[in-house]
Design a protein. Structure first.
Lengths: 1153, 492
């Protein structure tokens, strides 16, 4: 605030000069300019008002006499063009004696520096005893210079003050300043939004000063729903990701920019390039829905951040608690992320920036799999123990890999991981042009992003154009717009969303099998019956089967704001989100010798989406003495319309990729429409800047619910106390901010289907053939529920904000309690009632609670400036009730993992906890088998024991948890949760001269992962290639192992869900490490003839190092599907061999014109 | 803002109260019942697996047989077995669709009464077929006579007798309204003969031989059915809906497109069965004929009973229209031991291998549920049980006399038919050989075991008071408040 008022004061002075009555100080200032002289005086002497006569005096002495004589003041010339102004009664030798009384020692020049003149000494002494120089052009050194921002932009209006005095100036429109100061003075540069900087003159006469933006200062104002608020006045839990965080690191999406930045926001990267990460704010809000936060982009609520270029983001705010989010009512239960895109600047200049980087990505880890010789050894054990004949190929590997090939199977050693994973390029470029003045501002950018996946057959491309502008048409009328036009195209992992991942296929394929085979239709072959194993050729799937998703997205707003009075304004805005998507699946004809496709299957799916939103907003904002009131009312309507058209058919050849000449054509279309009407009110009240009170209410009407349940009300209230503003706290040294705040409120969730309450006939949605005549069938698939309503979340939040040493050190702590009632759940119906999908109902409740901490320290002085911030959150989840007391939701059952449920959700436990058996050991003998609790597959008697079919020595002895003497389904227990005990992020940034370094650590602790890749590697269900671990399988001679015997068919279900495959998922990642170098401005302007104003070169690495005990490919595990896939919800933390997060190395350049 | 903007009806479907108002909609609703019967959960996949794995007709093809399937084969399945769970779910979804048809057809008046009655009878037939499979495998099951209108509407287990009585009533009603035959465009719909034959099965299963005989006699007397000369014509694509066929689920080639959806949903979804892929020698070969089945076949002077090579492929056999010779290497997994010789043998019935060498193939061979040979063999069993053994032998010999089979008439050296027991032994043998792999053996074993007619227990794993019935799926016990864990079948 001090900084801001400096600039204000400077402006105020200019104004006063024009007025006839001015302060004496202003009048002196005018004389200084007029006569090019300097004055020094006690600051308390010049508060007197004087009347300017307009009369022009001949000399400065004359003018001074006129001005001072009737004020009891006089002057004394102490140097050429330098006058001291003193009280008449003080004038005389006594005054100068006083100066000389000051101990000389304190003013001895430092050794090695220039000697200080006596005049300067006197001046300094005068300043020491309360005299001040208003400005001085002579006789001191004339120091000139230029101040610019870190990006090289000139900064006008920067306050330049000689340290230890109040003497100073401000920079002009070109960022230039000149000041007369002692050549050993230190100049203090300060500017709103930037960290102030002290520069010793050291005898220089020309200074180039770069100011860095001060994050704390920028956060002074935060964007909240339908408005902005001073950071100091915020009473809810609102976290910001600063533009610096968003752009300093080469993040590929806004979601990943949030990862580890904000406590309580869990971001998990999920899938191949172009797939959205999973974002959860403060725990898990919903059981049945993949419920990410509501994203509000320039005022348009949207379900996702698709296609948004993170470099276009000006600010990103996360509303975590109900008091902040309740303003978004029925959609706010899972938190709200508000994004504003960039605007032009008002400095009257054109800013051109070009950012670019190129990089490569690689898998940072690979699994250790069997080679051919080890595979044969393993197959012998696996099949031998099951008395299954060895595949004929294994005794016949010296045959050609295909007819006519010179290479034999024995000579083939395929590392399928190496074949499937590659070093992949990544690049991003953005050009932005922005500028403006007090009337109009614009920001235009164009960006291109291109990422190949490290998994073959995956890639993503995106092109963006943005045009934002706003115009001050008259003093009271503003008009503006934002527009994003974007195109993207993604080729995702084939088979993604279900079934086997490419990594699983790569583990399973045989080491002696060749990747390709030119004799086969399509060029790829697969093992046949002779191999006794039937893995798919993952290369064929990845490269031949193609699925593309293309989108064209337009997201734009138009708004106008009318200021009726200083305190009342009206804003109207219209926004629209328009998406056209094309999904193409091409499954060509092939025959790999085992599997084949006889017709080319083409699917062409079109979807269009249009969502307009109209917002009318009235804001009242006024201060009465110590009272401040801000009130907002809003009426809003948003409509969501989509329609899709899906066509498919079969072609007799692979020649073309369109639906022509097809057989079995199929076309379906569907429509979806819903709307939301809302009325919103909010009042913020402040008393004396100390006591803060806020309340809001939103009433939402949604078409998604049955009549009678369409409307819902979502209230919130919060209070805050800025303890540091209290008089009794002013004496506490170094305390700059202390605020205690608390809130409570309700939010809703309506992310269900548009028509979920309606009992519908699935018309013509199935088929049958009579004779040769295909007919369609209609059925009653699901019960409706007219009682359906929103999920309601009640959240309370208490927080403390602490700032020390002028907010150099900041600390925030929050505790919250989030209770969701009326969970929208598919009622777990017994299968016997015959509905294919269960009806939705508001049953069950869930609780999330946690603690969040954030601390930051900024050191902004000297050449070495650094900051460090750290955050941590503890989140806990508990399902408190489901439909019935015994209702359970199982998930994760997968035949490749032995066919057992992997997670269980029930009341009293954390959502989707891992659930299975515990391993007690390995049966070492038949006695052991028969003396232990009865295994499910133990023979009736020892005589009937058949090691190929029954539980035998070498099998896993599971724990008889309920002690009933037998091992069965009731011996399962909870094995942990995928939710970390805590998550954290640590960010360290430093600048030294022109170098900058960022180290960003992100981690989770205490979560569990079900390592499905280990099941594929060591489950030994049937013959496929496997991990090296199987070589240590139990045999009568290798008993000291924890790997059970190898036996095809796994009669004891050793591969069932158990703690054998549960691993600690804790990790700490060097999420990003960057080093940048900015070419110094003088050199830059010299070599580019003043074309370039900034140039920064950097190298950066993402996921450079990962510290984890997890043995799978990557500990950052989402779900085996897209982030919004509701059917995969309860399978978080199961590692199916999902696309691993790559290690990226890149080199980039930011330049500015 | 208009608040009426908040009133939106689903444009993609019609509400339940407005549907089922005309003949077209009723027909579409009945089609959906059939569609469920062909779904992945039922006859295109899990159903034939469950029936076969619960019989002694099959053995594991090798390690490729998935765990839950292998568990059924080993008798080590538990309440969570997914194959069993899928079939349970499939049948109840079919029953639901049939109940909806029967309960909501009241408004339909634009089609002739006879046509409407026929459509309803088809729904009754399919419902009866489902309940019969449920009651034979699980015992007394929840008996939904009408569709459930609220989540709370689930029912407890009924007794076996209640279920059987309901099935009988349905089939009696159905056969009144069903026609004897259909035109080519409607082949696959339930016929009068199908309802009669199914009812005969139901009576036979309860050892109600008198009523079984009545129904079987109706089928025989109808003159609609006779044995085809070529035994294999019961299992090939070209000979579908022949005169021996009483009811079959119609699969139809759809370009290799198999519908993996459990409910078989999707307007454009494939209409094929995965059976060729699952069982065939050059396919996944998940199961193979069991040794006990293979050795059941009689040896004649010229070799095996001709039905052996028409039911199975052995290494050395020709396939793909005789263009290929089956090798050991082409067949994945285990060998069989027949007549002391170790040889790889795979299922031929319902396999497309007779005309293809593709190793991955789904296809359009219909799943025959009932055929006339079974009628004759069941009649033999009924006659024997009611004491007319000579009649029984006559029916057995009709089956053996099929042109392409031409097995010597009973009595033979191995099967004298002097006593009721001897005739019964011949009936057991003949049914097993004639109907192997047709999802009949499981029910035969259940029936015979219950009546104490089995001389030896076919399953080594068999535990009394456990393996007679499948366990009620855990999903049902967990979510049906009317079924407590104590209601579970014994042994689970």
């Amino acid at each position: 605030q001090l900084i801001a008022s400096n600039g204000y004061r400077a402006k105020q002075q200019e104004k006063d000069i024009a007025a006839p009555v001015v302060t004496l100080k202003a009048a002196l200032s005018e004389l200084e300019k007029q006569y090019r002289v300097s004055f020094i005086y006690r600051t308390n002497l010049v508060d007197t008002k004087v009347v300017l006569t307009g009369h022009r005096d001949h000399t400065v002495e004359e003018a001074l006499t006129n001005l001072l004589s009737d004020k009891g003041l006089t002057y004394e010339k102490i140097q050429a063009n330098f006058y001291v102004i003193v009280a008449s009664k003080e004038k005389g030798t006594r005054f100068f004696r006083k100066i000389n009384q000051i101990e000389k020692k304190a003013f001895e020049p430092q050794i090695g520096s220039e000697p200080v003149s006596s005049a300067d000494l006197n001046l300094i002494k005068l300043e020491r005893i309360g005299y001040s120089v208003l400005s001085a052009e002579k006789p001191m050194d004339d120091i000139r210079g230029k101040v610019s921002g870190a990006g090289g932009d000139a900064l006008p209006g920067v306050s330049v003050v000689i340290k230890g005095s109040t003497r100073g100036t401000t920079t002009n429109g070109e960022g230039e300043f000149s000041i007369n100061a002692p050549n050993n003075a230190t100049l203090v540069f300060s500017f709103v939004g930037f960290a102030s900087k002290e520069v010793p003159v050291n005898g220089r006469t020309n200074l180039t000063v770069t100011l860095v933006e001060d994050e704390r200062a920028l956060e002074e104002v935060v964007v909240v729903g339908y408005g902005t608020q001073k950071r100091a006045s915020v009473t809810g839990a609102v976290a910001s990701v600063t533009p610096k965080d968003l752009t300093a690191l080469p993040v590929i999406s806004a979601e990943s920019a949030m990862q580890g930045r904000v406590p309580g926001v869990r971001v998990v990267n999920n899938g191949s390039p172009g797939q959205s990460p999973i974002v959860r704010i403060r725990g898990v809000g919903s059981i049945n829905y993949a419920s990410g936060p509501l994203y509000v982009i320039d005022g348009v609520p949207s379900g996702d951040l698709n296609n948004l270029d993170p470099k276009d983001i000006e600010s990103l705010e996360i509303l975590k608690d109900a008091s902040a989010a309740a303003i978004y009512g029925s959609r706010a239960s899972n938190g709200v992320v508000i994004i504003s895109t960039k605007k032009g600047s008002k400095d009257g200049k054109l800013h051109v920036n070009f950012d670019t980087y190129f990089g490569t990505q690689t898998a940072w880890k690979k699994l250790d799999l069997l080679n051919t010789q080890e595979y044969t050894q393993y197959a012998t054990a696996l099949l031998g123990n099951a008395k299954i004949a060895m595949p004929s190929r294994l005794s016949n590997l010296n045959t050609p890999i295909y007819d006519g090939a010179s290479q034999t199977f024995a000579q083939t050693a395929t590392n399928w991981q190496d074949v499937m994973l590659r070093t992949a390029p990544i690049q991003q470029h953005q050009l932005s042009v922005s500028g403006g003045n007090n009337v109009s501002r614009f920001f235009t950018s164009a960006g291109y992003f291109d990422q190949e996946g490290i998994l073959i057959g995956t890639n993503y491309k995106r092109g963006n154009v943005r045009i934002n502008s706003d115009h001050q048409i008259t003093k009271f009328l503003t008009f503006g717009q934002t527009l994003m036009i974007s195109y993207d195209k993604m080729r995702g992992e084939q088979g993604f969303g279900g079934g086997r991942t490419a990594i699983m296929q790569a583990i399973r394929n045989l080491p002696y099998w060749p990747v390709s085979d030119p004799t086969k239709v399509g060029g790829y072959s697969s093992p046949t019956a002779a191999d006794g194993s039937d893995p798919d050729n993952p290369v064929r799937i990845a490269l031949q089967d193609k699925s593309y998703n293309q989108r064209v997205k337009l997201l734009g707003t138009l708004f106008t704001e009318i200021k009726f009075t200083n305190f009342l304004k009206y804003r109207f805005s219209f926004g629209a989100d328009i998406v056209t998507a094309i999904g193409t699946n091409l499954f060509p004809i092939y025959n790999d010798g085992y599997k084949s496709r006889t017709q080319d299957n083409i699917q062409d799916n079109r979807t269009s989406y249009y969502s307009p939103i109209l917002t009318n907003q009235l804001t009242y904002d006024q201060t009465f003495g110590k009272h401040y009131i801000n009130a907002t009312v809003v009426a809003e309507k948003q409509t969501f319309r989509s329609s899709s058209l899906n066509g498919n058919g079969f072609r007799p050849n692979n020649d073309i990729d369109v639906l022509q000449g097809i057989s079995n054509p199929g076309v379906t279309s569907s429509k979806d429409e819903s709307s939301l009407i809302s009325y919103i009110g909010r009042v913020n009240y402040e008393f004396a800047g100390k006591y803060l009170l806020s309340g809001s209410v939103r009433r939402d009407g949604s078409s998604r619910f049955a009549p009678g349940n369409k409307w819902g009300t979502f209230p919130s209230a919060s209070v805050g106390w800025r303890v540091s503003e209290e008089a009794f706290m002013k004496s506490v040294p170094n305390l700059s901010e202390l605020k205690i705040r608390g809130s409570i409120g309700q939010t809703g969730f309506n992310g269900i289907g548009s028509y979920a309450w309606q009992s519908l006939i699935s018309a013509d949605n199935t088929n049958y053939v009579f004779g040769a005549n295909k007919v369609l069938g209609s059925y009653f698939a699901s019960l409706g529920n007219t009682a359906l309503k929103w999920e309601t979340t009640t959240m309370s939040n208490v927080g403390v904000d602490l700032g020390l040493f002028g907010n150099k050190l900041t600390f925030t702590a929050e505790v919250y309690n989030r209770k969701t009632d009326g969970l929208l759940l598919n009622v777990p119906i017994p299968n016997s009632i015959g509905y294919s999908s269960p009806p939705l109902a508001n049953i069950g409740s869930m609780k999330n609670w946690g603690y969040e901490f954030q601390a930051g320290y900024n050191h902004n002085e000297g050449d070495f400036r650094w900051n460090v911030s750290a955050n941590m959150d503890v989140t806990r989840n508990k399902v408190t009730s489901l439909a019935t007391p015994s209702a359970t939701l199982y998930s994760g059952l997968n035949q490749d993992f032995g066919g057992f449920d992997i997670t269980k959700t029930e009341a009293g436990q954390s959502i989707q906890s891992f659930y299975g058996w515990q391993v007690e050991g390995i049966y070492q003998s038949l006695d052991d088998v028969f003396n232990s609790p009865r295994a499910q597959n133990r023979a009736e008697t020892r005589e009937a024991h058949d090691p190929t079919k029954n539980t035998s020595p070498g099998d896993i002895k599971f724990k008889d948890i309920n002690g009933d003497g037998k091992i069965d389904a009731s011996d399962r227990t909870y094995l942990g949760s995928y939710i970390p005990k805590f998550s954290y992020g640590i960010n360290f940034g430093a600048n030294y001269k022109n170098f900058d370094v960022t180290v960003y650590l992100q981690g989770v602790y205490g979560n569990k992962i079900y390592n499905g890749t280990k099941v594929i590697e060591e489950g030994m269900l049937r013959l496929f290639n496997a991990g090296k671990g199987v070589l240590n399988a139990w045999t009568p001679t290798n008993t000291g192992t924890d790997v059970p015997r190898a036996i095809s068919g796994d009669p004891n279900n050793n591969s069932r869900t158990s703690d054998r495959f549960i691993e600690d998922g804790s990790y700490m990642r060097v999420k990003n490490f960057s080093i940048g170098y900015s070419i110094p401005a003088p050199i830059l302007s010299k070599f580019t003839r003043n074309t370039l104003t900034k140039a920064r070169l950097y190298v950066s690495s993402t996921n450079l190092l990962t510290f984890t005990k997890y043995t799978g490919l990557d500990p950052e595990i989402g779900i085996n599907g897209t982030a919004g896939d509701n059917s995969k919800l309860l399978t978080n933390g199961i590692d199916y061999g999902q696309y691993p997060q790559p290690r990226t190395l890149l080199i980039g350049l930011n330049i500015g014109f | 803002c208009q608040e009426s903007d908040l009133d939106k009806l689903n444009p993609n479907g019609v509400t339940v109260d407005t549907f089922y108002k005309n003949g077209a909609e009723l027909t579409s609703a009945v089609n959906a019942v059939y569609a469920m019967a062909k779904a992945n959960a039922l006859t295109s996949r899990e159903w034939f697996f469950l029936q076969d794995l619960r019989s002694d007709d099959v053995a594991a093809g090798g390690g490729q047989l998935e765990t839950p399937r292998n568990q059924l084969l080993l008798g080590s399945h538990d309440t969570g077995n997914s194959v069993m769970g899928a079939v349970w779910q499939g049948f109840y979804r079919l029953i639901h669709r049939a109940n909806v048809v029967l309960d909501l057809s009241g408004k339909v008046s634009d089609i002739p009464a006879a046509d409407k009655a026929r459509l309803l009878a088809e729904a009754r037939f399919l419902r009866a077929w489902s309940y019969f499979d449920l009651v034979t495998m699980w015992g007394g099951v929840p008996l939904y006579k009408t569709y459930v209108t609220a989540v709370e509407g689930s029912l407890p287990r009924s007794t076996e007798k209640e279920v059987y009585d309901f099935i009988i009533a349905d089939l009696k009603a159905a056969q009144e309204a069903l026609p004897a035959t259909y035109d080519a465009n409607n082949l696959g719909r339930a016929t009068k003969g199908a309802a009669q034959m199914l009812l005969a099965r139901v009576y036979l299963q309860q050892a109600d031989y008198t009523n079984a005989k009545t129904e079987l006699q109706k089928v025989i007397s109808s003159g609609t059915y006779s044995l085809v000369d070529e035994f294999s014509d019961n299992f090939t694509e070209e000979a579908e809906f022949n005169k021996e066929s009483i009811w079959e689920i119609n699969f139809y080639p759809s370009g290799g497109n198999y519908n993996w959806d459990g409910d078989g949903n999707g307007a454009t979804a494939g209409t094929e069965t995965v059976r060729t892929q699952e069982y065939s020698g050059i396919g996944w070969r998940n199961v193979i004929p069991s040794n006990s089945l293979l050795n059941e076949f009689e040896k004649t002077a010229t070799g095996f009973d001709p039905r052996f090579s028409k039911s199975f492929y052995a290494t050395g056999d020709k396939y793909n229209l005789d263009k290929n010779v089956l090798t050991d290497a082409a067949q994945n997994g285990n060998s069989s031991v027949v007549d002391g010789k170790t040889i790889k043998i795979s299922w031929r019935k319902f396999s497309l291998m007779y005309k293809t060498d593709q190793t991955f193939l789904t296809g359009g061979i219909n799943q025959r549920i009932m055929r006339y040979a079974e009628t004759l063999l069941s009649m033999a069993e009924v006659e024997n049980e009611i004491g007319t053994t000579a009649e029984a032998v006559k029916y057995l010999n009709m089956v053996r006399a099929r042109k392409s089979v031409a097995m010597p008439a009973y009595p033979t050296a191995a099967y004298p038919v002097g006593t009721k027991d001897q005739v019964f032994a011949a009936i057991m043998h003949e049914r097993r050989v004639e109907l192997s792999g047709e999802q009949i053996r499981n029910r035969d074993i259940l029936r015979w075991r219950k009546a104490g007619k089995l001389k030896t227990e076919p399953f080594a794993y068999f535990q009394k008071n456990k393996h007679e019935l499948l366990p009620i799926p855990q999903q049902e016990v967990d979510n049906n408040p009317k079924i407590e864990p104590t209601d579970q079948n014994p042994g689970y």
